[in-house]
Design a protein around this ligand. Structure first.
Ligand SMILES: Nc1nc2c(ncn2[C@@H]2O[C@H](COP(=O)(O)OP(=O)(O)OP(=O)(O)O)[C@@H](O)[C@H]2O)c(=O)[nH]1
Ligand SMILES: [Mg+2]
Ligand SMILES: [Zn+2]
Length: 263
C-alpha cells in the first residue's frame, strides 16, 4: 500500500520502525511490517521518541502555557523534555535568566542556541544517539536549527509576519532526518494549541516541583485545600509563582472540561 495511504489511516507514523522488502519487479521497497511503538504523541504526531525539544525564542514571545502543557505531555508519555531557548542573539540577559530559573528544575536540560550565529554545538551533543522531535510555535527557529546541524538538508524557513509578530507556518509536515552521530531528529510544523489528555486532579502528578509534597490531604490538588505545602512553598518563593499560577489556570480549564463532559 502506498505510504501516504498508510499515514492517512493512522497505521504509520513518523518515527515508526518498519520492515522493508524489495519489490521483485522494480527498485521500490514495500513495507511488510510495522513494529510495536514504545510511545506515541498527538502533537506533534510522532512515535518512538526519546526526547522532545521545546523551542522558545525572544520573538515571537513564548507562550508559557504551551511550554508547560508540552512538558506535562512529555511526562505523561515518558519522553524526556528539553527546553531550547533559541535566538539568544536577540534576547536580553534578564529575560534569559527568567526562563532558565523558571525551568531549570522542571525539564531534563536547557540548551541555549542561536541559529544565525551557528551556535548549536551544545544542541548537537544533546541530540547524539537519540531520537528527538522539535515542538513549538511557528517561527521560533526549528527548521533553522536543523539547517545549522545539517546544512545540506536546507529546510525552508521564513521571516516573522512583522505586523503581528507571528510565524507564517512555513513547515507544513512532520519529517524525520537520520544524521551522523546516530542523531534522528524530526522537524515539525509550529502550533499554538494543545489539549491535554489528563484528568484535572491528576495534572499535579506531572509537575516535578510538586513531587514528595507532604500536604495535609493525601490527594491534595494544591489548589484550594488547607494545609497545602505547595502553596506555602510558592508563598515562600521556593516554587516559581508564575509556573504555579499557570498550573491553577490549566487545572481550572481541565476541570471545567471534565464537568461539562462527565457531570
Ligand atoms: N535572530 C535570529 N533569528 C533566527 C534564529 N533562528 C531562526 N531565526 C529566524 O526566525 C525566522 C523563523 O525561522 P524558522 O526556522 O522558519 O522557524 P520555524 O520554527 O521552523 O517555523 P515554522 O516552520 O513556521 O513552525 C527566520 O527568519 C529565521 O531566519 C536565531 O537564532 N536568531
Ligand atoms: Mg519550520
Ligand atoms: Zn497541596
Amino acid at each position: 500500500m502506498p505510504l501516504g495511504n498508510l499515514k492517512k489511516q493512522g497505521r504509520l507514523l513518523v518515527g515508526d520502525n518498519v520492515e522493508l522488502k524489495k519489490d521483485e519487479f522494480s527498485d521500490n521497497y514495500v513495507i511488510t511490517k510495522v513494529f510495536g511503538r514504545f510511545n506515541e504523541i498527538i502533537r506533534p504526531k510522532v512515535t518512538n521518541i526519546d526526547q522532545i525539544l521545546i523551542v522558545i525564542s525572544a520573538v515571537p514571545k513564548p507562550d508559557l502555557y504551551l511550554v508547560d502543557k508540552l512538558i506535562v505531555n512529555a511526562h505523561i508519555n515518558n519522553i524526556s523534555p528539553v527546553l531550547v531557548i533559541n535566538k539568544i542573539d536577540l534576547i536580553g540577559k534578564e529575560e534569559l535568566d527568567e526562563y532558565v530559573t523558571m525551568y531549570e528544575n522542571v525539564v531534563d536540560s536547557i540548551v541555549l542556541t542561536s541559529a544565525v550565529n551557528n551556535n548549536v554545538q551544545t544542541l548537537k551533543e544533546v541530540l547524539k544517539n537519540k531520537t528527538s522531535v522539535f515542538a513549538g510555535q511557528s517561527a521560533v527557529g526549528k527548521s533553522s536549527l536543523i539547517n545549522c546541524i545539517s546544512p545540506n538538508l536546507n529546510q525552508a524557513t521564513n521571516i516573522l509576519s512583522k505586523k503581528v509578530e507571528r510565524g507564517k507556518h512555513t513547515t507544513r509536515e512532520c519529517t524525520i532526518f537520520v544524521l551522523d552521530d546516530n542523531i534522528m531528529i524530526a522537524d515539525t510544523p509550529g502550533f499554538s494549541m494543545l489539549e491535554l489528555d489528563v484528568k484535572y486532579n491528576e495534572l499535579k502528578d506531572y509537575y516535578p516541583e510538586f513531587e514528595d509534597a507532604k500536604c495535609r490531604y493525601n490527594n491534595c490538588t494544591h489548589t484550594t485545600e488547607t494545609g497545602c505545602v505547595i502553596k506555602s512553598k510558592v508563598n515562600a518563593g521556593e516554587i516559581n509563582k508564575s509556573r504555579y499560577d499557570r498550573y491553577l489556570e490549566i487545572f481550572k480549564q481541565l476541570k471545567t472540561k471534565w464537568e461539562r463532559e462527565y457531570d
